[in-house]
Design a protein around this ligand. Sequence first.
Ligand code: ARG
Length: 419
Amino acid sequence: MTATGQTPQTDTPKEKVVLAYSGGLDTSVIVKWLQVEMNLDVIAICGNVGQDEKDLAATKQKALDLGAIVSEAIDMREEYADVILSKAIWANGKYEGTYPLLSALSRPLIAKHIVDLAHQYGAKYVAHGCTGKGNDQVRFDTCIHGLDPSLTILAPVREWNLTTREEEMEWAEAHGVPVPTTRKRPYSIDDNLWGRAIECGVLEDTWNTPPSDIWTMTANPEDCPNEPETVVIGFEGGIPTSINGEKMSLLDVIIKANEIAGRNGFGRIDVIEDRVVGIKSRECYECPASLLLIQAHQTLESLCLDAECLREKAKLDVDWAHAVYNGLWFSQNRMAIDAYNAYTQKYVTGEVRLKLCKGGLFVDGMRSPYSLYDYGLATYDEGDTFDHTASKGFIELHGLQSRTWSRVQGPGSGMQSAL
Ligand code: ARG
């Protein structure tokens, strides 16, 4: 019934909503909920960003079975690698020095597609399945409105009253949404090409050892071969372009690096992380390719960039990771830092050799046509080209202020008592 007491015309077209859909329980319930509670036509979009979900055709069909008018699974992997992960490598992107930002990096790409599709289908609404406690809601909302502030964002999990999983499953059963047989969800998992995040369940006690069944991308380091495996990563302009001399796309480099590092048990992380909303959370990650490629990249940068540039870049790397973690992909600052990186990365070309063994990663060699390492300057052996006499004058000026201060303070005071 409308406000005027008339029954609404059934043939008036409904408003549309584009949903970021994964095929899991939450977003499946949402497909139904948006129809039942909001009277909307649902367009369900599942982004393939390299997650461990092989049957995307079934995921897509499931949304149609739940009444979505359109359901699409879009392969975003190449774009994810070339447009987003390439920049994460440039920026050595790790939040709080540890987490390679795998979830934070995928959200802007999914948001971009959702917004494009909303425009294509003339939808006023977009929706996602994030909870009200996490970072992903911040990222989706910020990215979506960064691209189109006029869209209305629906976040049913954040808004509905189905606070417990039991209630959610009851609602699902009552509305014909298939529910998993296990009532309790052991973990919350998000995964893509850049790694895998495992949260919740027994991990919420920070003293519990992560159960071995949480790890799927990395072999148990204790069971790995005793012999190290060597891998050579080739870079052009700061982007990995080959493995062991074989040229390949960035997407293939990442897939292969995940295999190589994964089988050597490298890439596991267990960390307490500071969420945007102020909560500390215990996170387990496995990030074989991302950690390996960032380590290789950082090594090559140390060879190709000068000391001042490295110092400046290290600060900008922290800011970049912070912006991305906080959902500010579509922001002036992130783009400005990428412009700085575009300049510096012109020289980050060459190769890095690494060894993997039983969960460890060890740098084993590096070379570059732009190497600033000068054998003549560095050597302590024959062929030394460094002018040792120049150091004397340099140190004279370098220490001038300390000497002056010490002289002014007088013996026994100031600098002399600083220890
Ligand atoms: N803590 C990580 C982040 O905020 C991982 C989030 C994983 N998301 C999830 N829905 N399980 O980026």
